[in-house]
Design a protein around this ligand. Structure first.
Ligand code: CTP
Ligand code: CA
Length: 226
């Protein structure tokens, strides 16, 4: 029995994962988005499923596909839709991992018709989107909550501030300093920081390998808290 348990260490767990970018509409044919491929979140979802977890994968627009039967995929477009989908499932999950590159701002108004190039200058007024991860932190009961942080300066300090502000159990700090890490690549250079500010730095590795490291932390959490 112990042997089987070790093979599927997350078989009794349900994990919410967010992935990909969000698109915020400007008009019927235009949006504000970002270059997130969704790969980090999909790698986490796939590996979690291979460890026996049930996975709810809430993803923004991406070309990636899911194949594992244990993954329930929920496709969304905007930050507001991602927020709604996450809260729909949050109460029933044990773990939530926010790997999505959510837009921080959206157009205050969406034009009903395609905007014409009538003006020499054109501005779009933006407003903040909801911080999905912070709202999950606020309504946290027993969930083990993991966020990401993308920083280019004062990395550790900023990441620690995010742990506290969003009530996280752990943050995955993404370093863009080394080339070959981050958006549009298949590698990441990360540092884990837990809620006690214990830090663990990793070498540049594939996103698949980063996903394994993250889920090892989840396994360890349940080994030491049960
Ligand atoms: N996040 C989220 N909802 C948002 C913005 C971010 O859920 N509206 C999540 C991301 O999925 C990530 C974490 O918050 O797990 C940190 O994202 P990041 O962009 O690094 O930080 P922000 O809180 O958006 O702050 P800033 O961009 O100003 O550094
Ligand atoms: Ca942000």
């Amino acid at each position: 029995e112990a042997h089987i348990a070790n093979q599927l260490p997350l078989r009794n767990k349900k994990i919410l994962v967010t992935a990909g970018p969000t698109y915020e509409s400007i008009d019927p044919v235009r949006f504000i988005g970002n270059h997130s491929s969704g790969k980090m979140g999909f790698d986490i979802a796939n590996h979690a499923a291979s460890l026996g977890a049930k996975v709810i994968l809430v993803t923004g627009p991406t070309h990636l596909q899911t194949k594992n039967e244990l993954i329930e995929r929920v496709d969304v477009v905007s930050a507001a839709q991602m927020y709604e989908a996450c809260h729909r499932f949050y109460d029933e999950v044990d773990v939530a991992i926010a790997a999505a590159a959510v837009a921080d701002y959206r157009p205050k108004q969406k034009a009903e018709q395609k905007i014409k190039k009538n003006d020499a200058n054109f501005t779009i007024e933006l407003e903040k989107t909801q911080d999905i991860l912070a709202s999950l932190g606020q309504s946290k009961k027993n969930q083990f909550l993991i966020g990401f942080a993308l920083e280019t300066e004062n990395e550790v300090e900023n990441a620690k501030a995010k742990i506290q502000k969003k009530n996280l159990d752990m943050i995955v700090l993404n370093s863009l300093q080394d080339t070959g890490a981050g958006f549009g690549t298949s590698t990441n250079k990360v540092t884990f920081i837990d809620k006690h500010f214990f830090m663990e730095s990793f070498e540049l590795k594939t996103k698949e390998a980063v996903a394994i490291d993250i889920l090892n932390k989840v396994i360890l959490h349940y080994e030491t808290n049960n």
